[in-house]
Design a protein around this ligand. Sequence first.
Ligand code: ATP
Length: 454
Amino acid sequence: MVQTMPVNLESLTNLAKRRGFVYPSQELYGGLGAVYDFGPLGTMLKNNIRAAFIKRFVQEREDVVLVDTAVLTRQDVLRASGHEQSFSDPLVECTVCHQRFRADEKVPEAKDHEHKLAEAKQFNLMFATHVGATKEAGSLAYLRPETAQGMFVNFKQVLDTTRIKVPFGIAQVGKSFRNEITTGEFLFRVREFEIAELEYFVKPGTQDKVFTYWIEQWEQFFIDYGIKKENLKRHVHPKETLSHYSKGTTDLLFQFPMGLKELAGVANRGDYDLAQHEKATGTTLQFFDEQEKKAYRPFVIEPTFGLERAFLAFLTEAYKEYPYGRGSDAAVGIPTSPSGERRNEEQEIVLHLDPRLAPYKVAVFPLVKKEKLPEIAQKLVQELRKQWFVQYDESGSIGRRYRRADEIGTPWCITVDFDTQKDEAVTIRDRDTMKQERVKLNKVSDWIAKKLER
Ligand code: ATP
């Protein structure tokens, strides 16, 4: 076995920036605190995580529908939901340097002075704005701090327009905004992020069983897409740390490079939200049970995770640094110096991402830029691109091209070589095992489809 080195946050940030996964947003102007942009590869990876969520929890199920609700949210919605009053963190300010910290977290030491902390105040995390041309009362709105309210205010619409019955879920993936006090751990805590979650409506009395079911589903999702079981841990919130709407929350913690921290969570919101919106609007938000001939207000179990934290978790798990020369040089065609020694390169990075999450599924290389090899390779690329994102690369040695592809997690590299014209076959090399297989040109797409099938 080749030795790998442990990952730190800096290595991930560097790779993410260097290869175009994630850039600090608006860096040209000096950046915007804890706001990031996803570059070409990052956008593909994030899309694939979103797609995996939708496939597993909507497409493959009978009982979940998907919505996409507005970010701009009326003040009265977030007042009824309790966010205007309670969606805040305790904030302390140092009277010397005026830096602000969360009072419920450890305050980092300053280099040149001792912090003199003023009394803690509650700081509301919501971003406020105005809708319309005038800033009069009544025009105040918020950028939603969570996607959940979009599902609650559409509860009746979904019941009325679909044939779904309790128990059922409404899923959504969408942007949320929080003016976080402490940031600085790359994608872990950002001010603009995407939440993937479900509001799962159940008959009162059945919530505990459903709660356990969703914790298991959530864990299994991350495990199936590459997170090692031993890197996940459940954390049951004590009463004091529950959100204002929660009757019970279990977080799923992951071993991030900076420590064991929340990746996802499952909350029992009871009937809190529907009851609050009922009270505020006078509209009944209940489900009529045909069998029991009575109406009731369902309880809600909410499994949730942030796409950015999932992105960071998958990267953390996938990232491996190997000493230079991971594969046999001869096997991968890495050129050696005239003395026969390896060139002096420090390390090779491989992202062992689940193929379903990998930005590119395949890279196609002509061995050389002559003898019609590029034409054959391009033809194959065009065919494969009908189904997947495929990269074409003809520059540098094959070893170098393998390493470029490994570094961004491409699971398979296909080489078109001199024999291809004779045997109508290509060599497919596996990113993780580095094993090579000869596959007929007309069987390549079936071969890939089979590998991606799960
Ligand atoms: P934390 O305690 O870390 O602030 P939270 O308990 O407030 O998180 P939730 O309100 O449950 O988080 O949000 C749902 C999910 O959204 C979290 O499990 C997390 O994955 C993600 N998330 C929350 N806040 C952020 C953020 N500022 N940046 C990135 N992801 C976030």
